[in-house]
Design a protein around this ligand. Structure first.
Ligand code: SAM
Length: 246
């Protein structure tokens, strides 16, 4: 998968060199390209923000540098794979999907991560200040391949942390990124329930024992215990995830 990121803080993405995603990059499973938005601002001060039209607090990201950055990325995608822009957006187009992290977007989830992991090319546009001039979103939405996605119902200072979280959730679903694909199947949110609690050795630590069933060697009993733990945990912490009872 190719991922382009546009940001005024490229350094945030140095962490993508670490751990499983770093290895995935080294192995060519992930092609991540980070672009400094200021490189697309052509005045002497490389200005990317201006005062809000109509008044109000804060600053808004100017449309011109965003237009230049996104056009350059889309052009390079088209040059690399001329066929990908051919189909209509709702007809299997694999043109890049542009994601603007935004607290005003649809809320990110594990099922959305799975959906996005099927894309060939994601472009993340990281907002700052009061956000990006709306005309940028409208301009690229005209092609139909834009989504506004929120990490949750709270406000961050910028889209970088949200982008990192999404890339990690999406990247670990790509074939070959996580060594044992079975470990992905049983996780929290994969089938609507939270995961059961995990234990390792020693069997007793500070007077706390591992649940005896896990030492029994009885696989059916272990599976039943884990499933009940998932239901109990979900009911206690996230009851809204459980199917409605008749
Ligand atoms: N004025 C905006 C509003 O109230 O919707 C918030 C702007 S926020 C300070 C600056 C940037 O942080 C946003 O453009 C977005 O890129 C990012 N951001 C903030 N909260 C976010 C969230 N919950 N999910 C995803 N991105 C977020």
């Amino acid at each position: 998968m190719r991922i382009d990121i546009v940001t005024i803080f490229p350094g945030y993405f140095d962490t993508l060199e670490l751990s499983l995603l770093g290895k995935a990059k080294d192995r060519g499973l992930l092609d991540v390209r980070v672009h400094d938005l200021r490189g697309f601002a052509h005045d002497r001060h490389r200005t990317v923000d201006d005062t809000p039209t109509g008044g109000g607090a804060g600053m808004v990201m100017k449309p011109e540098p965003w237009g230049a950055a996104l056009d350059a990325i889309l052009l390079s995608a088209q040059e690399a794979e001329p066929g990908v822009f051919d189909a209509e957006p709702d007809n299997g187009s694999q043109a890049p999907l542009i994601i603007f992290p935004s607290p005003a977007g649809e809320v990110f989830s594990q099922s959305m991560a799975r959906e996005l992991a099927a894309e060939r090319h994601l472009v993340f546009g990281c907002g700052r200040y009061e956000g990006i001039d709306q005309r940028v979103v409208d301009e690229y939405s005209a092609g139909g391949r834009v989504r506004l996605i929120s990490l949750g119902d709270y406000v961050l200072n910028g889209g970088e942390v949200a982008t990192l979280a999404m890339i990690e959730a999406i990247g670990r679903l790509l074939p070959g990124v996580v060594g044992n694909p079975e470990s992905l199947v049983e996780e929290s949110h994969e089938d609507g329930l939270l995961e059961y609690p995990s234990f390792t050795k020693p069997a007793t630590w500070r007077g706390r024992d591992v649940p005896p069933v896990l030492l029994s060697g009885n696989h059916a009993a272990i599976a039943a215990w884990r499933q009940q733990q998932r239901i109990d945990r979900t009911r206690a912490v996230r009851p809204e995830l459980l199917p409605p009872e008749d």
